[in-house]
Every structure is written in C-alpha cells, then in structure tokens.
Ligand binder design. Structure first.
Ligand code: ZN
Length: 137
C-alpha cells in the first residue's frame, strides 16, 4: 500500500469566498504516483467547508445566497457571545471540512463539470489544506 501526504495554503479574499482548488488536488494525485486508491482533502479549520460542484459564476452566487438564507449572519446564536462568528461555524457544519474522491488508473474520478472548492465563511484569511492519498496498488 502506497501513501502520500501534502499540504498547501489558500489565501481567501472575502468574508465568504469560494476558491477552486481542483488543480492543486490534481497535482497531488499526480505527485503521489497512486494508480488505484482514494484521496482525502481535509481543511483543519472550524469556519470553512469543502464542496464539489460546477465552477460557474451564477451558481457561485446561488450557493452563497442559499447558505445565507439557511444560516443568516445574525440570529440568536449562543456562540456569538464568545466571538461573533456562529454563522460561519454553522455553515462549516452543514458542508463538512473534508471530502474523499476515488482514483482509478491514476486519474481523479471527478466528473467533467465538477470542481473542488474551499468554501470560506470567516475570511479573508490564510487557510491550510491537508491531502492524504492512499493507494490500494
Ligand atoms: Zn467562533
């Protein structure tokens, strides 16, 4: 069993920001040399998430508006008594800070229209992204 670890940083530019990190993930798969396995992408922060979807500007707005509708910035949140960013934590909870994608024949098995996004909810900041590739070959 082969394994490979990597880490990179992402600079987010707004309070809510979606950064397409697909190229970095593709590079990690290529560097790992794994032909058959899984890649896990994990962000060790409490106010970010990961999602996989189409990189289209209208859809980015729709995702942002939908998340704001589901979890408004201001409500009667208990955590806001501590540091006033409960909404960012809650968005992270519903998206999750991690995703796992299969690798077949050395190829990341995302669909043609799928991109991998780091979703920032309490930016702008620098964020760490951890990658682990596990090969079954
Ligand atoms: Zn907080």
């Amino acid at each position: 069993m082969k394994s490979y670890s990597a880490e990179f940083k992402v600079r987010t530019r707004a309070a809510m920001d979606f950064v397409n990190i697909t190229d970095k993930i593709l590079q990690a798969v290529s560097k790992s040399g794994v032909r058959d396995g899984l890649i896990n992408v994990f962000i060790p922060h409490t106010t970010v998430g990961i999602f996989i979807n189409e990189d289209e500007s209208g859809l980015r707005k729709d995702v942002e508006r939908t998340l704001l509708k589901l979890i408004p910035e201001r409500a009667n949140y208990a955590h806001d008594e501590v540091d006033y960013n409960a909404h960012a934590h809650l968005k992270s909870v519903i998206l999750s800070p991690s995703t796992t994608i299969p690798i077949n024949d050395g190829k990341l098995m995302i669909g043609t229209w799928q991109s991998i996004f780091l979703a920032e909810f309490d930016g702008p900041r620098e964020r760490r992204v951890l990658i682990k590739v596990i090969g079954a070959d």
